[in-house]
Ligand binder design. Structure first.
Ligand code: ACO
Length: 343
């Protein structure tokens, strides 16, 4: 059947054609945190690898404005005019409003009224989930150019007292973005994405309030007094599950494409904690230069961490055409996800 459209159809894939990031100007060193809590630079560096992070400036930065700055950067580098974007997929757990999501606000800021937007809340795996959504919409033929964004303002959610120090020292603010476009090139493209979740661990890393299923209003004096609007984390459980799931989902991506860890040119993990990345690196027998880390400079920026790290890795020349790149994430939910890319 020579005229069968299914036989003659050229497969469509997706590829990343531009990367960008934005971090606020305000650099907060470990020692700066001593004004809020009893802590030390050595405690934070030993446990997490973090030396400094950025905090947003009220009146200057918003979650959406940071996403827009990262997006403009990515669009410039891709040589794509904002008007050519078909869809925005926006990952954040710290939206400017409870609803609507920050995707709407960033769309407005970029002047893209009318195009579809999707808000994704998959915590630290948010960017990889968003990238997978972009990949599916492009491969399915519905859209050609998708803006994938991760942006977080976490500094205003943290309990920066001694009581909250085990969590507060870890997180920072920032945004990253990728332009994802259709391609018929079978070589240089997103090879596959792999998404997972396990809600049995929902309470091990969470912000509980405000929530809808409450006795009475969702935000009351009693809710405020309970303090459950702060991030709470079972650090041991997160560590234990993260190291297992990171390795599983990286190997899943490699297996699905007929590769082994030896074939990888660069692993860009979610910047959770240097100890988690190091443990995974050692278990997978990867040399230090094949795992990119920049948590030292930005802390853990949740959904923004992978696009910020990917952009910096690219800017610093660690990613070259033809390289095999793996993105891997683990986060609250629990969620875990990976993407394998032939650059
Ligand atoms: N500065 C100084 N002392 C501190 C601090 C701090 N910032 N935080 C906690 N401490 C103290 C505690 O009070 C405690 O003191 P005590 O022994 O006198 O009671 C001691 O240090 C140990 O406290 P823990 O809470 O048990 O801290 P731990 O050693 O487990 O380290 C950490 C905390 C680093 C978060 C650890 O649990 C960990 O590595 N968890 C892995 C999960 C993780 O990294 N999560 C962040 C990312 S989440 C994600 O992206 C998926």
């Amino acid at each position: 059947m020579p005229n069968d459209p299914f036989i003659n159809m050229t497969p469509i894939y997706s590829k990343i054609t531009g990367l960008g990031f934005y971090v606020p100007d305000n650099i907060v060193m470990n020692d700066d945190l001593k004004q809020y809590m009893d802590t030390s630079d050595s405690w934070i560096q030993d446990r997490t690898g973090i030396k400094q992070r950025r905090y947003f400036t009220f009146g200057k930065d918003t979650n959406a404005s940071m996403g827009a700055a990262a997006s403009r950067n990515a669009l410039d580098r891709a040589g794509v005019a904002p008007a050519n974007v078909d869809l925005i997929v926006y990952a954040t757990i710290t939206p400017d409003y409870y609803f609507p999501g920050s995707a709407f606000l960033m769309q407005r800021e970029l002047g893209l009224e009318g195009i579809a937007v999707i808000d994704v809340r998959q915590q630290c795996s948010g960017f990889v989930y968003a990238l997978s959504i972009a990949d599916q919409f492009i491969k399915g033929g519905m859209y050609k150019t998708v803006l994938v964004v991760g942006s977080e303002i976490q500094s205003s959610l943290l309990n920066k007292s001694t009581e909250g120090r085990n969590v507060a020292v870890i997180f920072g603010d920032g945004a990253g973005a990728a332009v994802v476009q259709a391609t018929t090139d079978p070589e240089h493209r997103i090879l596959s994405t792999h998404l997972h979740a396990d809600g049995r661990h929902a309470e091990d890393l969470m912000v509980k309030d405000p929530g809808s299923s409450r006795d009475g209003r969702w935000l009351t004096e009693a809710t405020l007094a309970a303090g459950d609007y702060n991030v709470s984390m079972n650090g041991n459980a997160v560590f234990k599950h993260a190291v297992v799931r990171f390795m599983e989902v990286i190997n899943e991506a490699l297996d699905a494409n007929g590769y082994t860890a030896n074939d990888l040119d660069l692993l860009v993990p979610h910047q959770a904690n240097i100890r988690i990345s190091e443990y995974v690196r050692q278990q997978m027998n990867l040399p230090a230069e094949k795992v990119f880390n920049n948590i030292q400079k930005y802390g853990n920026t949740t959904a923004a961490s992978i696009p910020i790290a990917l952009t910096e890795a690219h800017e610093e020349g660690h990613i070259q055409p033809g390289n095999l790149i793996c993105l891997a994430a683990f986060g609250s939910g629990f969620t875990w996800a990976s993407a394998l890319i032939r650059w």
